[in-house]
Design a protein around this ligand. Structure first.
Ligand code: TXA
Ligand code: MG
Length: 346
């Protein structure tokens, strides 16, 4: 199959493909999604095939307006209403008790469904012209870093899907925040583009899923996808720790010792990269930069592209700076810990 590259002027064509049961990747403000008509079981099943995605991992339904939410969910609680009013459209997925209309293929047998109204205008227009909720996971092969550019989608799924709608680089660059609002209090399942602090100001306390607290014996994660190794490049990812200075020192020491598979790379804030300039020896480290601090909404914007570029450059060990776990730092660290995990956690 020849994967077509479509642009803004071909939105109707993209929508027509979706309505006909095809797979069309599209841009959102978080990452590119791999879309299928969320009301077509055959099309939804093809998403799992194209991605190599485990069948027990449910999909998010993407909607363009609140009218589309009607019929998909059993109830919109007061908490859900406040979160929707504050953060939709935007990088927030809400998990509701589903209605009978939601396909089992979408919810993977759960009695809940995740719904998101993306902010990206091409995404919203595509959904509107399709006229149906669009089921979409991130448009990467399962386990790989999510795609933040159309080229990433083609690298992973070229030849396996009908088309990709091009919409430039993703602005947030990390996946949406997922909050379960099917019971009280609301529970954070995956940190993302809307921060815990921002949500706290709107709904008060948001509980953290035990898996985010780091418990090893916490049972099955409530977001099934969180149990798999994820976001991982081919290179080994080593997450530095401690103060920025301690991270720099540890890196210098580690690089000076034998035993690091080379070439090596570093993904870090401009501050750390600058502090280390000229101190990392002769053998040219592959360097890419992240945002400066945890209050920077673009902190994670370049992470996935940097991991993919490290692979392309043949890097075998990539060191990554760690950040405090608040604001966008929470989402970034969540992805980095998974990328650095050695084993697939099942
Ligand atoms: O930003 C995003 O959310 C992107 C863009 C394309 O919208 N989508 C995305 O989808 O990241 P995906 O499938 O790669 O990740 C969705 C996560 C998975 O971990 C899945 O297990 C979880 O959401 N999830 C989906 N439905 C759920 C549900 N009903 N209950 C709990 N977790 C759910
Ligand atoms: Mg994903």
């Amino acid at each position: 199959m020849n994967t077509r590259r479509l642009h803004e002027g071909q939105l109707d064509e993209a929508a027509g493909l979706l309505r006909a049961g095809a797979l069309v990747a599209f841009p959102t403000e978080t990452v590119y999604g791999l879309g299928a008509d969320g009301t077509n079981p055959e099309a939804v099943r093809r998403i799992f095939e194209a991605k190599g995605r485990p069948a027990d991992n449910p999909l998010i339904l993407h909607i363009c307006d609140e009218a589309m939410l009607q019929g998909l969910v059993a109830e919109v609680s007061d908490t859900a209403r406040r979160l929707m009013d504050a953060f939709w459209p935007g990088p927030l997925t809400l998990v509701f008790t589903k209605s009978a209309a939601v396909l089992d293929e979408v919810s993977a047998g759960l009695d809940t469904v995740g719904v998101r109204m993306p902010a990206h205008s091409l995404a919203r227009q595509l959904i509107r012209r399709t006229g149906r909720p669009v089921a979409a996971p991130s448009a990467n092969r399962s386990g790989r870093p999510s795609p933040t550019r159309a080229e990433h989608v083609l690298a992973d799924l070229g030849g396996r899907i009908e088309a990709v709608l091009e919409g430039g680089p993703a602005q947030v660059g990390l996946e949406s925040t997922i909050v379960d609002v099917s019971s009280e209090p609301p529970c954070l399942l995956r940190p993302g583009g809307v921060t815990l602090e921002e949500m706290g100001r709107v709904v008060g306390a948001v509980e953290l899923d035990s898996h985010l607290l780091g418990a090893d014996d916490a049972g099955a994660p409530r977001a099934p996808g969180m149990k798999y190794r994820h976001y991982a490049p081919d290179a080994e990812v080593i997450l530095l720790a401690g103060s920025r200075k301690a991270q720099g020192d540890a890196l210098k020491q580690t690089l000076a010792s034998a035993g690091v598979a080379r070439p090596a790379g570093l993904i870090a804030s401009p501050a750390l990269l600058e502090a280390l300039e000229g101190e990392l020896g002769e053998d040219g480290l592959f360097c890419r930069t992240l945002g400066e601090d945890i209050d920077d909404a673009g902190l994670g914007r370049h992470l996935y592209a940097a991991l993919r570029e490290a692979d392309q450059a043949g890097v075998r060990t990539v060191f990554v700076e760690s950040f405090p776990e608040r604001g966008m730092g929470r989402a970034l660290m969540n992805r980095l810990k998974k990328a650095a995990a050695k084993e697939e956690k099942r």
